[in-house]
Write a protein that binds this ligand. Structure first.
Ligand SMILES: [Zn+2]
Length: 189
C-alpha cells in the first residue's frame, strides 16, 4: 500500500477569497500552486507514494469564504483518508529583513514534528534558505482539524528581496527540498 500524502497548496487563485500575500509582483497563491504540482509529480513518480493536491488546476477555487476554503482542504484529506498532510505557504512580514524557512506543527514530539524537521532541513539544504526552526502553532486551522500528521510549510519570506528571488526562480528546488525531507523521514533513498 502506497503512503498517501495530501498536498495543500495554500490560498486560492487571485481574485477570490482566501488569497495569500503579495510582494514585488509575486503572488503567494501562484507559487504554492506550482510547488505543490511539482511535489505531487515527484511523489507520484515513486510507487511508494500516492499524492493528491488541493488545487489540481490554477483555476481551482476552494470554499466560498476563508473558513470554508480551509475546511474544504481538511475535509478532502480526512475523507481520502491521507496518511500525511502538507500545506505549502510563503511567509511575509512588514520587516523586510526577516527571511528563512519555518515549518509549523500542532504539537511537539509527534510524527508531525519528526516530519517537519526533515522537511525543514530538506528545504534549507536544497534551496539555501535560513533555518528558522520547527514552530508550534495550535491555532492554525489545517493543523488543528486534520486527522493525520500535518505540517504547514512556510517556504520563505515573499517580503524579503533575497527570499522573494528564490520563491520566484527556485520553485522546483523548493519542491525537491520537501521531497528530500519526506524521503529522509521514511528512511528512503
Ligand atoms: Zn499563506
Amino acid at each position: 500500500m502506497a503512503i498517501k500524502i495530501f498536498i495543500d497548496q495554500g490560498h486560492n487563485p487571485t481574485g477570490y477569497h482566501n488569497i495569500g500575500a503579495s510582494w514585488y509582483g509575486l503572488y503567494e497563491q501562484d507559487i504554492t500552486y506550482q510547488v505543490g504540482i511539482y511535489l505531487a509529480d515527484m511523489l507520484n513518480a515513486d510507487p511508494r507514494f500516492e499524492a493528491r493536491v488541493s488545487r489540481p488546476t490554477p483555476y481551482t477555487v476552494l470554499g466560498t469564504n476563508n473558513t470554508t476554503s480551509l475546511a474544504q482542504r481538511v475535509q478532502m484529506a480526512n475523507k481520502w483518508p491521507a496518511n500525511y498532510f502538507i500545506s505549502i505557504h510563503a511567509n511575509a512580514n512588514e520587516n523586510t529583513a526577516i527571511n528563512g524557512t519555518e515549518v509549523y506543527i500542532y504539537r511537539r514530539y509527534t510524527q508531525a514534528n519528526w516530519l517537519a524537521e526533515q522537511i525543514l532541513d530538506g528545504i534549507v539544504d536544497t534551496v539555501g534558505t535560513r533555518n528558522n526552526g520547527v514552530r508550534v502553532n495550535s491555532s492554525l486551522y489545517v493543523l488543528k482539524y486534520t486527522k493525520m500528521p500535518a505540517n504547514l510549510v512556510e517556504m520563505a519570506y515573499l517580503s524579503n528581496p533575497g527570499d522573494a528571488e528564490k520563491l520566484r526562480d527556485d520553485q522546483y528546488q523548493f519542491a525537491q527540498g520537501i521531497f528530500t525531507g519526506i524521503m529522509r523521514y521514511f528512511g528512503f533513498s
